[in-house]
Design a protein around this ligand. Structure first.
Ligand code: S3P
Length: 176
């Protein structure tokens, strides 16, 4: 796949549990560049946790904060590894901004892999409350697959692989 015009940032997208934060931190360390997570930017801006924002203001309010976080991250003047919350790419404008200013890698994983990594849920991830986690993950992935594909310059499969192995492939596709 072709690289973007200005590959300053490395952008990681994918489902909850796909390893974006872990892989992002390792990629940033390997390249000696900054790493940022859009969820962390949202929490900083709002002064509340993601779960609190979902509960008190709803998902739409969270997505608005997330849009701003994506823009803030992408506006960084120094090369940065940007790990995006799992739903950030649902917004077409987020996809455009991320693709225009970064090299976007989709960390792909099957629902089974995601479920293994996330266990029976995570209070910090409000979308996983309610239905059984495996059912929710499969439903979300089916709805989102096309958005991840549209956002990504490259896809890295993560099933059954170590973090080191995934990081090595991400660095190869992004910087080789
Ligand atoms: C979400 C993923 C979460 C967080 C929020 C919503 C999603 O981030 O942004 O709970 O819609 O998939 P992670 O992918 O980092 O868990």
């Amino acid at each position: 796949m072709n690289g973007p015009p200005d590959p300053r940032h490395l952008v990681l997208v994918g489902m909850m549990g796909s390893g974006k934060s872990t892989v992002g931190a390792a990629c940033a360390a390997a390249r000696a560049i900054a790493a940022v997570d859009t969820d962390d930017l949202v929490v900083l801006e709002a002064g509340r946790t993601v779960a609190e924002i979902f509960t008190t203001d709803g998902e739409a309010a969270f997505r608005a904060l997330e849009r701003r976080a994506v823009r803030d991250a992408i506006a960084s003047p120094v090369p940065t590894v940007i790990s995006c919350g799992g739903g950030a790419v649902l917004d077409p404008e987020n996809r455009r901004v991320l693709r225009d200013h970064g090299f976007v890698v989709w960390l792909r994983a099957t629902p089974t892999t995601l479920e293994t990594r996330l266990g029976s849920g995570d209070p910090a991830r409000p979308l996983l409350s309610g239905a059984p986690v495996g059912v929710t993950l499969a439903r979300l992935l089916a709805r989102r697959e096309s958005a991840y594909e549209a956002a990504a310059h490259a896809v890295v499969d993560t099933d059954g692989r170590t973090v080191d192995d995934i990081v090595a492939e991400v660095l190869t596709v992004a910087y080789a």
